[in-house]
Write a protein of this length. Sequence first.
Length: 390
Amino acid sequence: MHQVPRAHAVDGEDTGRMDNVSGTIAKSGMRSEGDGATRLGNIVDLRSDTVTRPTVEMRRAMAEAEVGDDVYGEDPTVNRLEKRAAEIFEKEAALFVPTGCMGNLIAIKVWTHHGVEVICDERSHVNLYELASMSAIAGCMPRIARGVDGILSWKLIEAVIRPKIYYDSQTALISIENTHNMAGGTVHPTASVDEICGHAHEAKLKVHMDGARIFNAAVALGESVRQMTKKVDSVMFSLSKGLGAPVGSMLVGSDAFIEKARIYRKMFGGGMRQAGVIAAAGLIALEKSPARLHVDHENARRLAEGIARTPGLKIDPAQVRSNIVIFDCQETGKTAVELCDVLREKGIWALDTAVYSVRFVTHCDVDHAGIERALAVLAEVLTQPQRARA
Ligand SMILES: Cc1ncc(COP(=O)(O)O)c(C=O)c1O
């Protein structure tokens, strides 16, 4: 039994009700090692890193947050969060937005106008999972490049830039995703990002980074987000994924970019009032969570190694660089939906991402024992004899 619409759901967009998840989570509020799923009752929820619950510290900060009307720029907690994000990325300014999708759309809207094209990887979130907002709202066409494991290079981008001919629609923006979700958390080398930006700027194009999981990329590369994004024109990153905040994303960039972004945030209905209540949790996520992301990466690698040893499942553990683990299940004779269903019955929640492709995402609410449990259940369901159908 599952409540998730099975159209290859991604990242909590349609992740169903959580009503069979233990209510003890909020009480403990600790991220401790335990029985395998400390903060999610008996469920090991590996569907996405969006499913995490705020810690006691976050909840306390939310309750006590100093607030004001952020549409008037008067919320001190939001202002602090924006200032810290800009400092950490060494950009001029930042803007708190309700979601990553809105952040990406705002950036696209700032950098483009109707009738131009946005170059992005074919499996990027902006292309596949944002309800065609770049077309429906910003009036742009996605111009698809096929990244290698989701990773675009200048060579791949250059090949799809439109010639400067008046009867061709024109390229305006390049969007790169770091880490790349549907390619399994792959990471853009910073030298390649710098090269893309250098050439793009020469060609008068802007570069936006969908860095929903950029802090995971930073851990994988052993670099700072500042280094990794110094040449990009705008970055969106999520507070509500690996960093564990309940709500929110950030845009960072120049003063001029953020000034325009603020206008579009309001136009898109994202002007929030006493948003300090959620920004307070975001501040804790931003300051504290990056230091623990390596644990999620170790857990992802452990999962991948176990999956590689499980009959019928295919993955190359060396390809797992961050917290996303995508594996092939075709040889098991089960589709991804069927496999997710049997796992779910045993308390292991995963997402099907294609007919024979299953995704696990590690995060702060699943510990080492949870990973071991997920592997044990996988082995159990794939080795036990099939029940004959009546
Ligand atoms: C790479 C990437 N970009 C953007 C988003 C959108 O974030 P949100 O769910 O906060 O709108 C997601 C979330 O799934 C994502 O994985």
